[in-house]
Design a protein around this ligand. Structure first.
Ligand code: G3I
Length: 360
């Protein structure tokens, strides 16, 4: 223990010094600093970029211990026709991950978003029984596939993503509401199906806007509390954490994370980015962003149950924000040329400085 603390202290002193900022290449990669605190660090990646752009792939290999497929593990990409599964694109990430000893967060088996559903799912209304069959089949065949090809890499799944609306009700705009709109009943079904397919894989519920008090947080908390009480196989909660330009309510988020941790759930930060207004000028905008990245990373190091800090993209070149949220952008920690922004350095300092306290 003494040796480990001394190592960490040396790392912290080394990285805290101003000279470090200029010698980033010489300092340990973020994955090493995060791992020293028991935290997996990584990002969502575009599989085609891993094979197209050598600098993109090199950064992923060098700085990340975990990756999330931004699209290719979703139903739209995997199930082009009813009863037909195509894992060709998805398995390219598994190949890259196994070769580079990267873990993969499976994302995501159940999502209502039409952009993630295959066209055949939208062509007609399905009965409750048909939907149950379609969903059970999709969950189990997909998990079983990666249990074989992704052994040693795919270690967890976002089984269900964003099933609640902002009022904390089951989304009525979801095709899966045709099965039930009772969230406990629905999640019990899908998590049990997932666990049957691979009893070893860690199963997460993934959501956004649950990091501050409100109806959505209350609904998700009460639902997961009921699932844990009923011994449903749910192991963790993913906080997406799409932030900016407003800042996090840090004390509230800490309290909320501790409540979920007290249920025995592992916490993953799954999709962090901090969007800036296009009108915000440099260098202030990037300094503000660096401070936001640092405070969330430090929060994760201070909560024992927080085991992963992953961003949603890592270069401003590929971020989903500009095309989805006009007027916002520059949300990641590398610029469009994959050069580190202040947020890259602030992440390093946060993971090297934040000695994990023993709080839950
Ligand atoms: O790759 C195909 C291409 O072959 C095809 O020609 C083209 C036209 O259909 O589509 C391409 O796929 C696009 C895919 O991104 C890959 O770029 C899809 O159309 C597009 O809908 C998809 O958008 C993704 C979206 O989820 C829906 O799956 C975004 O990249 C991704 O950032 C976004 O991520 C979500 C998380 O999963 C859940 N949390 C919110 C987050 C942001 O919306």
């Amino acid at each position: 223990m003494q040796k480990r603390l001394l190592t960490l202290l040396a790392l912290a002193l080394l990285l805290a010094s101003p000279v470090m900022e200029s010698a980033t290449a010489a300092s340990p990669p973020i994955k090493t600093l995060a791992k020293a605190r028991g935290i997996l660090f990584g990002s969502a990646v575009e599989i085609r970029e891993l094979y197209r752009d050598a600098a993109y792939a090199k950064f992923v290999r060098g700085e990340f211990s975990v990756v999330t497929p931004e699209y290719e593990f979703k139903m739209k990409a995997i199930a082009p026709a009813r009863g037909k599964l195509d894992f060709k694109d998805a398995d390219r990430l598994v190949t890259f991950a196994l070769k580079n000893r990267l873990l993969i967060r499976g994302h995501t088996l159940v999502w209502h978003n039409p952009d993630a559903l295959p066209e055949w799912m939208k062509e007609r209304k399905f009965t409750r029984e048909e939907l149950r069959g379609i969903l059970k089949n999709h969950i189990q065949r997909t998990i079983k596939h990666f249990r074989k090809t992704g052994r040693g890499s795919v270690f967890c799944w976002d089984v269900a993503n964003e099933i609640f609306d902002s009022d904390g009700r089951f989304r009525t705009d979801s095709v899966w509401a045709g099965i039930t709109t009772n969230p406990v009943e629905f999640l019990t079904l899908v998590f049990r199906w997932a666990h049957e397919a691979d009893p070893k894989i860690k199963l997460f519920y993934n959501e956004y806007d649950i990091e501050s008090p409100g109806k959505k947080f209350e609904a998700v908390y009460k639902t997961l509390q009921a699932l844990r009480k009923a011994r449903v196989p749910i192991h963790g909660i993913g906080f997406q954490m799409h932030h900016g330009p407003d800042r996090l309510n840090l004390p509230a988020t800490r309290a909320i994370m501790k409540k979920f941790a007290a249920l025995g759930l592992t916490i993953h930060i799954t999709e962090y980015d901090f969007a800036l207004r296009d009108s915000e000028r440099l260098p202030d905008a990037f300094e503000r962003q660096a401070s936001a990245y640092s405070e969330l990373a430090t929060l994760c190091t201070s909560i024992k149950a927080c085991k992963a800090f992953t961003t949603w993209g890592f270069t401003d070149r590929d971020s989903w924000i500009p095309e989805t949220k006009p007027g916002l952008g520059r949300a990641t920690f590398l610029d469009g040329n994959l050069a580190p922004k202040p947020a890259y350095y602030s992440l390093k300092r946060a993971f090297s400085a934040g000695f994990k306290s023993q709080s839950k």
